[in-house]
Design a protein around this ligand. Structure first.
Ligand code: BEZ
Length: 258
């Protein structure tokens, strides 16, 4: 996963150890987007938002030459510890020029809230005919979670926000239009509802993956807010046995640079 982004996931609220403990499912569920990329031996692949490098390593094992970028110092260090050529970079300002056969991204693009800048950087980074293959949160992603966060921030803390400046969750139509305007031909794009088990529980999910949203509150108020959000979500996302399932919707696409 992870954000080579920027602003949303931003800075270094991101602890690789915390992520490994509470969000390992993110890379565990990366098989379909890896299959859509279909990396070949000798290809140059950029992993945009490489996080701790677990999926970058799968690309290396497929024989690709891989560069990973991420906005988090801690994630870049964790990816390097796996032997990945990982670099600190903002996904909105990629500096590569015609260097890659493919750009791959899993669970990172929703942190990059200026998608046209990202698409322009990916287009520059690819060789002619290169492919951009990614999966991230699409329209309706974590809708219940997002609504509960917005509600608690507003009603308990007087903070009015849509969270649109933290997460980008587009429809297929919106993202297709952006890719086409950026010089890509979209070969496939689909929204895929994927309710996702969260074995660590919703409060751990919130602390790890909604850190920028809870970060709108003073540190001393975040745990109580997470408990309140969890209580609101339980009827929708927790089963009778106490298992949590997050209401994920993925947007998965393959696009080719014209
Ligand atoms: C996601 O992977 O869909 C996601 C991760 C963190 C926050 C919101 C969504």
């Amino acid at each position: 996963m992870s954000a080579a982004s920027g602003e949303g996931r931003g800075s270094d609220a991101w602890s690789a150890a915390n992520y490994a403990q509470n969000a390992r499912f993110v890379s565990d569920l990366g098989a379909p987007v890896l299959a859509l990329l279909d990396p070949r031996p000798g290809e140059d692949i950029l992993d945009l938002g490489c996080g701790d490098g677990v999926l970058s390593l799968r690309l290396v094992e497929a024989g690709a030459r891989v560069v990973g970028v991420d906005a988090s110092v801690d994630m870049v260090a964790a990816a390097r510890a796996r032997g990945i050529d990982a670099r600190l970079a903002d996904g909105h300002a990629l500096e590569f020029e015609r260097a890659f056969d493919g750009v791959f991204s899993n669970a990172a693009l929703h942190w990059m809230t200026r998608p046209d800048a990202v698409i322009a950087g990916v287009a520059r980074a690819l060789r002619p005919g290169g492919r951009f293959v990614a999966e991230f949160g699409g329209a309706g992603n974590v809708a219940a979670i997002r609504t509960a966060i917005i509600s608690v921030l507003l009603h308990d803390h007087g903070i009015e926000t849509t969270l649109d400046d933290i997460w980008y969750f587009p429809t297929e139509g919106e993202h297709r239009a952006r890719l086409e305007a950026g010089g890509f031909e979209v070969e496939e794009i689909a929204l895929i509802p994927r309710p996702t088990p969260v074995s660590a529980g919703i409060e751990a999910w919130l602390a790890t993956l909604a850190a920028p949203a809870l970060g709108l509150l003073p540190a001393a108020r975040r745990a109580a807010a997470a408990a309140r959000i969890g209580a609101l979500l339980a009827p929708a996302l927790r089963d009778r046995e106490g298992n949590w399932r997050a209401d994920y919707v993925r947007l998965r696409f393959r696009a080719r640079l014209r």
